[in-house]
Design a protein around this ligand. Sequence first.
Ligand SMILES: Cc1cc2nc3c(=O)[nH]c(=O)nc-3n(C[C@H](O)[C@H](O)[C@H](O)COP(=O)(O)OP(=O)(O)OC[C@H]3O[C@@H](n4cnc5c(N)ncnc54)[C@H](O)[C@@H]3O)c2cc1C
Length: 451
Amino acid sequence: MIGGGIAGTATALELQRANAAIEVTLFERATHVGGRIASSPFAGISGLDAGADAFLARVPEAVALAESLDLDLVSPEPVGAAIWRNGLHPIPEGLLLGLPGRPWPLVRSPLLSWRGTVRAAIEPLVPRTSIAPDSVGAYVRARFGDEVHEVLVDSLVGSIYAADTDRFSLAEVPQLHQLANTRRSVLLASRFGTAGRPGTATATAGPIFAAPRGGMADLVTATADAVVTGGGEVRLGRSIQQVAADGSGWRVDDERFDAVILASPPQASASMLVDTAPDASALLARAEAADVVMVVLHIPRSAWPERLHGLSGYLIPKSEQRTLTAVSFGSQKWAHWQPAGGGVILRASLGRDGAPVSHLDNDTVLARTLDDLAHQLGIDPTPLDVRITRWPGAFAQYRPHHQRWVEAVEAALPAGIGVTGAGYRGIGIPACVRDAKRMVNRTVQSFEALS
Ligand SMILES: Cc1cc2nc3c(=O)[nH]c(=O)nc-3n(C[C@H](O)[C@H](O)[C@H](O)COP(=O)(O)OP(=O)(O)OC[C@H]3O[C@@H](n4cnc5c(N)ncnc54)[C@H](O)[C@@H]3O)c2cc1C
Protein backbone atom coordinates (compact mmCIF):
# COMPACT_ATOMS: atom_id res chain seq x y z
CA MET A 1 0.00 0.00 0.00
CA ILE A 2 1.22 3.50 -0.79
CA GLY A 3 -0.53 6.38 1.00
CA GLY A 4 -1.73 6.57 4.58
CA GLY A 5 -4.93 8.57 4.19
CA ILE A 6 -8.33 7.03 4.85
CA ALA A 7 -8.22 5.19 1.51
CA GLY A 8 -4.85 3.56 2.11
CA THR A 9 -5.40 2.63 5.75
CA ALA A 10 -8.91 1.30 5.10
CA THR A 11 -7.66 -0.77 2.17
CA ALA A 12 -4.81 -2.18 4.26
CA LEU A 13 -7.19 -3.18 7.04
CA GLU A 14 -9.75 -4.64 4.66
CA LEU A 15 -7.02 -6.73 3.03
CA GLN A 16 -6.05 -8.19 6.39
CA ARG A 17 -9.65 -8.80 7.36
CA ALA A 18 -10.35 -10.49 4.02
CA ASN A 19 -7.36 -12.81 4.20
CA ALA A 20 -5.16 -12.95 7.29
CA ALA A 21 -2.43 -14.67 5.26
CA ILE A 22 -1.80 -11.51 3.21
CA GLU A 23 1.19 -9.58 4.59
CA VAL A 24 0.40 -5.89 4.33
CA THR A 25 2.96 -3.06 4.34
CA LEU A 26 1.78 0.54 4.12
CA PHE A 27 4.13 3.39 3.15
CA GLU A 28 3.22 6.97 4.08
CA ARG A 29 5.24 10.02 3.12
CA ALA A 30 4.32 12.07 6.19
CA THR A 31 5.36 11.31 9.75
CA HIS A 32 1.74 10.52 10.62
CA VAL A 33 -1.21 8.89 8.91
CA GLY A 34 -4.30 10.89 7.95
CA GLY A 35 -3.53 12.63 4.65
CA ARG A 36 -6.30 15.13 4.11
CA ILE A 37 -7.81 14.30 7.49
CA ALA A 38 -6.18 16.04 10.46
CA SER A 39 -7.26 16.98 13.97
CA SER A 40 -5.21 18.66 16.69
CA PRO A 41 -5.72 20.59 19.94
CA PHE A 42 -7.16 24.08 19.55
CA ALA A 43 -8.70 26.42 22.14
CA GLY A 44 -8.64 23.65 24.72
CA ILE A 45 -10.54 21.22 22.47
CA SER A 46 -8.44 18.09 22.13
CA GLY A 47 -9.11 17.15 18.49
CA LEU A 48 -10.37 20.05 16.42
CA ASP A 49 -10.49 19.21 12.72
CA ALA A 50 -8.41 21.09 10.18
CA GLY A 51 -9.96 19.24 7.24
CA ALA A 52 -13.07 17.05 7.11
CA ASP A 53 -15.13 17.35 10.30
CA ALA A 54 -17.69 14.59 9.56
CA PHE A 55 -18.69 11.86 7.16
CA LEU A 56 -22.05 10.96 5.68
CA ALA A 57 -23.73 8.40 7.91
CA ARG A 58 -26.31 7.41 5.31
CA VAL A 59 -23.60 5.90 3.14
CA PRO A 60 -22.82 3.13 5.63
CA GLU A 61 -19.18 2.19 5.02
CA ALA A 62 -17.44 4.82 7.17
CA VAL A 63 -19.83 4.32 10.09
CA ALA A 64 -19.30 0.56 9.83
CA LEU A 65 -15.52 1.01 9.84
CA ALA A 66 -15.67 3.38 12.85
CA GLU A 67 -17.94 1.02 14.76
CA SER A 68 -15.71 -1.95 14.01
CA LEU A 69 -12.90 0.04 15.66
CA ASP A 70 -15.06 0.91 18.71
CA LEU A 71 -14.89 4.65 18.05
CA ASP A 72 -17.37 6.82 19.90
CA LEU A 73 -19.39 8.60 17.18
CA VAL A 74 -21.23 11.89 17.62
CA SER A 75 -23.60 13.76 15.31
CA PRO A 76 -23.97 17.45 14.57
CA GLU A 77 -26.57 19.45 16.49
CA PRO A 78 -29.96 19.63 14.74
CA VAL A 79 -29.47 23.21 13.54
CA GLY A 80 -29.84 24.36 9.94
CA ALA A 81 -27.47 26.20 7.63
CA ALA A 82 -28.00 29.41 5.68
CA ILE A 83 -27.04 30.88 2.34
CA TRP A 84 -25.64 34.41 2.23
CA ARG A 85 -27.19 36.56 -0.46
CA ASN A 86 -27.30 40.17 0.68
CA GLY A 87 -27.85 38.75 4.14
CA LEU A 88 -28.22 35.35 5.78
CA HIS A 89 -31.24 33.33 4.71
CA PRO A 90 -32.08 29.84 5.96
CA ILE A 91 -31.76 27.17 3.27
CA PRO A 92 -35.34 26.56 2.08
CA GLU A 93 -36.97 23.33 3.25
CA GLY A 94 -37.22 20.26 1.08
CA LEU A 95 -34.08 20.65 -1.02
CA LEU A 96 -31.96 17.75 -2.17
CA LEU A 97 -28.46 19.16 -2.63
CA GLY A 98 -30.14 22.38 -3.68
CA LEU A 99 -32.75 20.83 -5.99
CA PRO A 100 -36.23 21.99 -4.96
CA GLY A 101 -38.81 19.35 -4.08
CA ARG A 102 -41.66 21.87 -3.72
CA PRO A 103 -42.09 25.39 -5.08
CA TRP A 104 -43.63 26.91 -1.90
CA PRO A 105 -40.48 27.07 0.23
CA LEU A 106 -38.84 28.97 -2.66
CA VAL A 107 -41.73 31.42 -2.84
CA ARG A 108 -41.41 32.10 0.88
CA SER A 109 -37.62 32.51 0.77
CA PRO A 110 -36.03 35.81 -0.30
CA LEU A 111 -33.10 33.89 -1.78
CA LEU A 112 -34.50 33.81 -5.33
CA SER A 113 -35.96 36.68 -7.35
CA TRP A 114 -39.60 36.30 -8.40
CA ARG A 115 -38.41 35.54 -11.93
CA GLY A 116 -36.12 32.80 -10.63
CA THR A 117 -38.94 31.36 -8.52
CA VAL A 118 -41.41 31.33 -11.43
CA ARG A 119 -38.82 29.69 -13.68
CA ALA A 120 -38.25 27.01 -11.05
CA ALA A 121 -41.99 26.43 -10.60
CA ILE A 122 -42.54 25.62 -14.30
CA GLU A 123 -40.05 22.73 -14.11
CA PRO A 124 -42.83 20.12 -14.62
CA LEU A 125 -43.53 21.66 -18.06
CA VAL A 126 -39.92 21.27 -19.21
CA PRO A 127 -39.40 18.26 -21.51
CA ARG A 128 -37.10 15.45 -20.32
CA THR A 129 -33.53 16.74 -19.95
CA SER A 130 -30.75 14.72 -21.53
CA ILE A 131 -28.06 13.74 -19.06
CA ALA A 132 -25.59 13.11 -21.89
CA PRO A 133 -23.50 16.25 -21.15
CA ASP A 134 -22.89 14.76 -17.66
CA SER A 135 -22.70 18.20 -16.06
CA VAL A 136 -24.50 19.12 -12.84
CA GLY A 137 -24.85 22.69 -14.07
CA ALA A 138 -26.19 21.77 -17.51
CA TYR A 139 -28.88 19.55 -15.96
CA VAL A 140 -30.04 21.93 -13.22
CA ARG A 141 -29.99 25.03 -15.43
CA ALA A 142 -32.11 23.22 -18.04
CA ARG A 143 -34.68 22.02 -15.51
CA PHE A 144 -34.93 24.84 -12.98
CA GLY A 145 -33.20 27.84 -14.57
CA ASP A 146 -29.96 29.62 -13.80
CA GLU A 147 -30.93 31.07 -10.43
CA VAL A 148 -31.75 27.77 -8.74
CA HIS A 149 -28.50 26.45 -10.08
CA GLU A 150 -26.32 29.38 -9.08
CA VAL A 151 -27.87 30.23 -5.71
CA LEU A 152 -28.93 26.82 -4.41
CA VAL A 153 -27.33 23.84 -6.16
CA ASP A 154 -23.94 25.37 -6.85
CA SER A 155 -23.79 26.75 -3.30
CA LEU A 156 -24.43 23.32 -1.78
CA VAL A 157 -22.73 20.92 -4.20
CA GLY A 158 -20.03 23.42 -5.12
CA SER A 159 -19.11 23.99 -1.48
CA ILE A 160 -19.07 20.26 -0.63
CA TYR A 161 -16.58 19.58 -3.45
CA ALA A 162 -14.96 23.06 -3.85
CA ALA A 163 -16.23 22.66 -7.38
CA ASP A 164 -17.42 24.59 -10.37
CA THR A 165 -20.58 22.56 -10.85
CA ASP A 166 -20.89 23.54 -14.51
CA ARG A 167 -17.73 21.48 -14.99
CA PHE A 168 -18.54 18.71 -12.52
CA SER A 169 -19.83 15.25 -13.46
CA LEU A 170 -23.55 14.71 -12.73
CA ALA A 171 -22.91 10.95 -12.53
CA GLU A 172 -20.59 11.58 -9.56
CA VAL A 173 -23.33 13.18 -7.45
CA PRO A 174 -25.37 9.98 -7.03
CA GLN A 175 -28.53 11.47 -5.51
CA LEU A 176 -28.90 14.02 -8.30
CA HIS A 177 -27.90 11.55 -10.97
CA GLN A 178 -30.43 8.98 -9.85
CA LEU A 179 -33.24 11.53 -10.04
CA ALA A 180 -32.08 12.88 -13.38
CA ASN A 181 -31.75 9.40 -14.81
CA THR A 182 -35.10 8.03 -13.69
CA ARG A 183 -37.55 10.97 -13.58
CA ARG A 184 -38.53 13.52 -16.18
CA SER A 185 -39.69 16.12 -13.65
CA VAL A 186 -38.12 16.53 -10.21
CA LEU A 187 -41.10 18.47 -8.83
CA LEU A 188 -43.61 15.89 -10.07
CA ALA A 189 -41.52 13.03 -8.70
CA SER A 190 -41.63 14.80 -5.37
CA ARG A 191 -45.35 15.62 -5.51
CA PHE A 192 -46.36 12.07 -6.33
CA GLY A 193 -44.11 10.52 -3.74
CA THR A 194 -41.59 8.84 -6.02
CA ALA A 195 -38.57 7.28 -4.36
CA GLY A 196 -35.36 9.30 -4.34
CA ARG A 197 -37.18 12.62 -4.52
CA PRO A 198 -35.98 15.86 -2.99
CA GLY A 199 -37.38 16.75 0.38
CA THR A 200 -37.01 13.27 1.80
CA ALA A 201 -33.33 13.40 2.65
CA THR A 202 -33.93 14.78 6.12
CA ALA A 203 -37.10 12.79 6.75
CA THR A 204 -35.35 9.42 6.98
CA ALA A 205 -34.48 8.07 10.42
CA GLY A 206 -31.01 8.61 11.89
CA PRO A 207 -28.47 11.41 11.69
CA ILE A 208 -27.11 12.42 8.29
CA PHE A 209 -23.52 12.96 9.47
CA ALA A 210 -21.26 11.41 12.08
CA ALA A 211 -17.75 11.94 13.41
CA PRO A 212 -15.52 10.41 16.08
CA ARG A 213 -15.82 12.45 19.27
CA GLY A 214 -12.04 12.89 19.44
CA GLY A 215 -11.78 14.29 15.90
CA MET A 216 -11.73 12.81 12.42
CA ALA A 217 -8.05 11.87 12.66
CA ASP A 218 -9.07 9.18 15.17
CA LEU A 219 -10.72 7.28 12.33
CA VAL A 220 -7.49 7.01 10.33
CA THR A 221 -5.23 6.49 13.35
CA ALA A 222 -7.43 3.72 14.72
CA THR A 223 -7.55 2.08 11.28
CA ALA A 224 -3.74 2.18 10.98
CA ASP A 225 -3.35 0.90 14.56
CA ALA A 226 -5.62 -2.03 13.73
CA VAL A 227 -3.44 -2.85 10.71
CA VAL A 228 -0.39 -3.02 12.99
CA THR A 229 -2.27 -5.06 15.61
CA GLY A 230 -3.24 -7.47 12.82
CA GLY A 231 0.42 -8.03 11.99
CA GLY A 232 0.83 -5.47 9.19
CA GLU A 233 3.45 -2.75 8.97
CA VAL A 234 2.87 0.99 8.72
CA ARG A 235 6.05 2.79 7.69
CA LEU A 236 5.90 6.53 8.18
CA GLY A 237 8.19 9.14 6.65
CA ARG A 238 8.63 6.99 3.53
CA SER A 239 8.12 8.97 0.34
CA ILE A 240 7.99 6.37 -2.42
CA GLN A 241 9.70 7.43 -5.64
CA GLN A 242 9.06 4.51 -7.96
CA VAL A 243 7.09 1.34 -8.51
CA ALA A 244 8.98 -0.92 -10.95
CA ALA A 245 8.44 -4.39 -12.42
CA ASP A 246 10.37 -7.18 -10.68
CA GLY A 247 9.70 -10.61 -12.21
CA SER A 248 6.14 -11.62 -11.46
CA GLY A 249 5.91 -8.93 -8.77
CA TRP A 250 6.72 -5.27 -8.17
CA ARG A 251 9.48 -3.30 -6.53
CA VAL A 252 8.48 -0.36 -4.36
CA ASP A 253 11.73 1.65 -4.31
CA ASP A 254 14.02 -1.14 -3.01
CA GLU A 255 11.56 -3.76 -1.70
CA ARG A 256 9.69 -6.47 -3.56
CA PHE A 257 5.93 -7.11 -3.27
CA ASP A 258 3.46 -9.37 -5.08
CA ALA A 259 0.97 -6.55 -5.63
CA VAL A 260 0.89 -2.78 -5.09
CA ILE A 261 -2.08 -0.54 -4.40
CA LEU A 262 -1.51 3.19 -4.77
CA ALA A 263 -3.77 5.17 -2.46
CA SER A 264 -1.79 8.34 -3.04
CA PRO A 265 -3.43 11.22 -4.98
CA PRO A 266 -3.43 10.61 -8.78
CA GLN A 267 -0.71 13.20 -9.49
CA ALA A 268 1.65 11.55 -6.97
CA SER A 269 0.82 8.10 -8.34
CA ALA A 270 1.54 9.34 -11.88
CA SER A 271 5.13 10.17 -10.99
CA MET A 272 5.71 6.78 -9.31
CA LEU A 273 4.51 4.95 -12.44
CA VAL A 274 6.10 7.11 -15.11
CA ASP A 275 8.62 4.49 -16.28
CA THR A 276 6.64 1.36 -15.38
CA ALA A 277 3.22 2.17 -16.81
CA PRO A 278 3.68 5.29 -18.97
CA ASP A 279 0.14 5.27 -20.42
CA ALA A 280 -1.48 4.99 -17.00
CA SER A 281 0.93 7.60 -15.68
CA ALA A 282 0.03 10.05 -18.46
CA LEU A 283 -3.68 9.59 -17.72
CA LEU A 284 -3.16 10.00 -13.97
CA ALA A 285 -1.19 13.20 -14.55
CA ARG A 286 -4.29 14.73 -16.16
CA ALA A 287 -6.23 14.61 -12.88
CA GLU A 288 -7.26 18.03 -11.60
CA ALA A 289 -7.84 19.15 -8.02
CA ALA A 290 -8.76 22.38 -6.24
CA ASP A 291 -6.72 23.85 -3.39
CA VAL A 292 -8.42 24.93 -0.18
CA VAL A 293 -7.32 26.88 2.89
CA MET A 294 -9.11 26.31 6.19
CA VAL A 295 -9.05 29.11 8.79
CA VAL A 296 -10.14 28.15 12.30
CA LEU A 297 -10.91 31.04 14.60
CA HIS A 298 -11.54 31.17 18.33
CA ILE A 299 -13.44 34.37 18.95
CA PRO A 300 -14.71 35.87 22.21
CA ARG A 301 -18.31 35.13 23.16
CA SER A 302 -18.90 38.90 23.45
CA ALA A 303 -18.18 39.23 19.71
CA TRP A 304 -20.85 36.66 18.83
CA PRO A 305 -24.33 38.21 18.59
CA GLU A 306 -27.51 36.45 19.65
CA ARG A 307 -28.97 36.73 16.12
CA LEU A 308 -26.38 34.20 14.86
CA HIS A 309 -27.35 31.53 17.38
CA GLY A 310 -29.21 28.45 16.12
CA LEU A 311 -27.33 28.13 12.81
CA SER A 312 -24.62 25.67 11.80
CA GLY A 313 -23.05 28.11 9.34
CA TYR A 314 -23.54 29.50 5.86
CA LEU A 315 -22.61 29.03 2.21
CA ILE A 316 -21.85 31.81 -0.21
CA PRO A 317 -22.97 31.55 -3.87
CA LYS A 318 -20.17 32.28 -6.35
CA SER A 319 -21.81 35.52 -7.49
CA GLU A 320 -21.53 36.82 -3.90
CA GLN A 321 -18.09 35.42 -3.04
CA ARG A 322 -15.23 37.74 -2.18
CA THR A 323 -12.76 35.30 -0.59
CA LEU A 324 -14.70 32.92 1.68
CA THR A 325 -16.77 30.11 0.16
CA ALA A 326 -18.40 28.80 3.36
CA VAL A 327 -18.26 29.33 7.12
CA SER A 328 -19.13 26.73 9.72
CA PHE A 329 -20.18 27.89 13.19
CA GLY A 330 -18.26 25.05 14.82
CA SER A 331 -19.42 25.54 18.42
CA GLN A 332 -23.06 25.56 17.28
CA LYS A 333 -22.65 22.65 14.89
CA TRP A 334 -20.86 20.41 17.43
CA ALA A 335 -21.89 20.28 21.08
CA HIS A 336 -18.40 19.16 22.14
CA TRP A 337 -16.56 22.02 20.40
CA GLN A 338 -16.81 24.44 23.33
CA PRO A 339 -13.51 26.25 24.06
CA ALA A 340 -12.27 25.66 27.60
CA GLY A 341 -12.15 29.37 28.46
CA GLY A 342 -15.41 30.25 26.67
CA GLY A 343 -15.88 31.78 23.23
CA VAL A 344 -16.93 30.42 19.86
CA ILE A 345 -15.16 28.35 17.17
CA LEU A 346 -15.62 29.28 13.51
CA ARG A 347 -14.21 27.38 10.52
CA ALA A 348 -13.92 29.46 7.36
CA SER A 349 -13.15 27.86 3.97
CA LEU A 350 -11.30 29.62 1.18
CA GLY A 351 -10.60 28.41 -2.34
CA ARG A 352 -12.34 26.31 -4.94
CA ASP A 353 -12.01 25.27 -8.56
CA GLY A 354 -11.48 28.53 -10.45
CA ALA A 355 -10.70 30.62 -7.34
CA PRO A 356 -7.10 29.86 -6.32
CA VAL A 357 -5.93 30.85 -2.84
CA SER A 358 -2.58 29.09 -2.38
CA HIS A 359 -0.65 32.22 -3.39
CA LEU A 360 -2.07 34.22 -0.45
CA ASP A 361 0.21 34.51 2.59
CA ASN A 362 -1.18 33.87 6.07
CA ASP A 363 -1.58 37.57 6.95
CA THR A 364 -3.63 38.13 3.80
CA VAL A 365 -5.69 34.97 4.41
CA LEU A 366 -6.57 36.16 7.92
CA ALA A 367 -7.22 39.76 6.89
CA ARG A 368 -9.56 38.68 4.08
CA THR A 369 -11.35 36.20 6.33
CA LEU A 370 -12.06 38.86 8.95
CA ASP A 371 -13.07 41.33 6.26
CA ASP A 372 -15.59 38.87 4.79
CA LEU A 373 -16.97 38.04 8.24
CA ALA A 374 -17.47 41.76 8.89
CA HIS A 375 -19.19 42.20 5.51
CA GLN A 376 -21.40 39.12 5.75
CA LEU A 377 -22.15 38.84 9.46
CA GLY A 378 -21.59 42.39 10.69
CA ILE A 379 -19.09 41.18 13.30
CA ASP A 380 -15.60 42.51 13.90
CA PRO A 381 -13.96 40.06 16.29
CA THR A 382 -10.37 40.13 17.50
CA PRO A 383 -9.61 36.38 17.45
CA LEU A 384 -8.24 34.83 20.63
CA ASP A 385 -6.52 32.18 18.51
CA VAL A 386 -6.16 31.39 14.80
CA ARG A 387 -5.12 28.26 12.91
CA ILE A 388 -4.55 28.32 9.16
CA THR A 389 -4.23 25.00 7.32
CA ARG A 390 -3.36 24.77 3.67
CA TRP A 391 -4.71 21.86 1.64
CA PRO A 392 -3.08 21.79 -1.80
CA GLY A 393 -5.01 19.42 -4.07
CA ALA A 394 -7.75 19.24 -1.44
CA PHE A 395 -10.60 18.17 -3.67
CA ALA A 396 -10.40 16.08 -6.82
CA GLN A 397 -12.38 17.73 -9.61
CA TYR A 398 -14.52 15.15 -11.36
CA ARG A 399 -15.01 16.61 -14.82
CA PRO A 400 -17.94 15.45 -16.98
CA HIS A 401 -17.47 11.78 -17.97
CA HIS A 402 -15.04 11.26 -15.11
CA GLN A 403 -15.80 7.52 -15.04
CA ARG A 404 -14.45 7.14 -18.59
CA TRP A 405 -11.13 8.49 -17.31
CA VAL A 406 -11.20 6.08 -14.32
CA GLU A 407 -11.88 3.14 -16.62
CA ALA A 408 -9.08 4.23 -18.96
CA VAL A 409 -6.64 4.47 -16.03
CA GLU A 410 -7.59 1.01 -14.79
CA ALA A 411 -7.34 -0.48 -18.28
CA ALA A 412 -3.84 1.00 -18.65
CA LEU A 413 -2.54 -0.37 -15.33
CA PRO A 414 -0.61 -3.65 -15.41
CA ALA A 415 -2.07 -6.61 -13.45
CA GLY A 416 -0.90 -6.41 -9.84
CA ILE A 417 -1.10 -2.60 -9.58
CA GLY A 418 -4.28 -0.89 -8.42
CA VAL A 419 -5.33 2.65 -7.57
CA THR A 420 -7.85 3.80 -5.00
CA GLY A 421 -8.76 6.96 -3.08
CA ALA A 422 -10.65 10.19 -3.50
CA GLY A 423 -9.42 10.75 -7.04
CA TYR A 424 -11.48 7.95 -8.54
CA ARG A 425 -14.85 6.65 -7.33
CA GLY A 426 -16.05 9.19 -4.79
CA ILE A 427 -14.49 12.09 -2.89
CA GLY A 428 -16.18 11.69 0.48
CA ILE A 429 -14.79 9.50 3.24
CA PRO A 430 -17.50 6.79 3.01
CA ALA A 431 -16.85 6.51 -0.74
CA CYS A 432 -13.11 6.08 -0.05
CA VAL A 433 -13.88 3.26 2.40
CA ARG A 434 -16.32 1.66 -0.05
CA ASP A 435 -13.72 1.75 -2.82
CA ALA A 436 -11.22 0.16 -0.44
CA LYS A 437 -13.55 -2.83 -0.21
CA ARG A 438 -13.86 -3.02 -4.00
CA MET A 439 -10.10 -2.87 -4.38
CA VAL A 440 -9.62 -5.59 -1.78
CA ASN A 441 -12.10 -7.93 -3.49
CA ARG A 442 -10.19 -7.51 -6.74
CA THR A 443 -6.80 -8.03 -5.10
CA VAL A 444 -7.87 -11.06 -3.08
CA GLN A 445 -9.43 -12.64 -6.16
CA SER A 446 -6.20 -12.15 -8.12
CA PHE A 447 -4.18 -13.72 -5.27
CA GLU A 448 -6.60 -16.66 -5.10
CA ALA A 449 -6.35 -17.11 -8.88
CA LEU A 450 -2.57 -17.35 -8.52
CA SER A 451 -2.58 -19.85 -5.64
C1 LIG B 1 -10.74 20.98 4.04
C2 LIG B 1 -11.38 19.66 3.69
C3 LIG B 1 -12.63 19.35 4.18
C4 LIG B 1 -13.22 18.12 3.86
N1 LIG B 1 -14.45 17.81 4.40
C5 LIG B 1 -14.96 16.57 4.20
C6 LIG B 1 -16.13 16.16 4.92
O1 LIG B 1 -16.65 16.90 5.75
N2 LIG B 1 -16.59 14.90 4.71
C7 LIG B 1 -15.99 14.04 3.82
O2 LIG B 1 -16.45 12.90 3.67
N3 LIG B 1 -14.87 14.40 3.14
C8 LIG B 1 -14.36 15.64 3.32
N4 LIG B 1 -13.20 16.00 2.68
C9 LIG B 1 -12.64 15.08 1.69
C10 LIG B 1 -11.88 13.94 2.33
O3 LIG B 1 -11.25 14.35 3.51
C11 LIG B 1 -10.83 13.40 1.36
O4 LIG B 1 -11.43 13.18 0.09
C12 LIG B 1 -10.22 12.10 1.84
O5 LIG B 1 -9.74 12.25 3.16
C13 LIG B 1 -9.10 11.70 0.88
O6 LIG B 1 -8.52 10.49 1.35
P1 LIG B 1 -7.44 9.71 0.49
O7 LIG B 1 -6.93 8.63 1.35
O8 LIG B 1 -7.97 9.38 -0.85
O9 LIG B 1 -6.28 10.78 0.18
P2 LIG B 1 -5.27 11.48 1.18
O10 LIG B 1 -5.91 11.76 2.47
O11 LIG B 1 -4.70 12.64 0.42
O12 LIG B 1 -4.13 10.39 1.40
C14 LIG B 1 -3.12 10.15 0.45
C15 LIG B 1 -1.83 9.92 1.21
O13 LIG B 1 -0.81 9.56 0.27
C16 LIG B 1 0.40 10.07 0.79
N5 LIG B 1 1.38 10.12 -0.29
C17 LIG B 1 1.41 10.92 -1.38
N6 LIG B 1 2.51 10.67 -2.11
C18 LIG B 1 3.19 9.69 -1.48
C19 LIG B 1 4.39 9.00 -1.75
N7 LIG B 1 5.16 9.30 -2.83
N8 LIG B 1 4.82 8.03 -0.91
C20 LIG B 1 4.08 7.73 0.20
N9 LIG B 1 2.93 8.35 0.51
C21 LIG B 1 2.48 9.32 -0.34
C22 LIG B 1 0.01 11.45 1.30
O14 LIG B 1 0.98 11.94 2.21
C23 LIG B 1 -1.34 11.16 1.95
O15 LIG B 1 -1.22 10.88 3.32
C24 LIG B 1 -12.56 17.20 3.01
C25 LIG B 1 -11.29 17.51 2.53
C26 LIG B 1 -10.69 18.72 2.87
C27 LIG B 1 -9.30 19.02 2.36
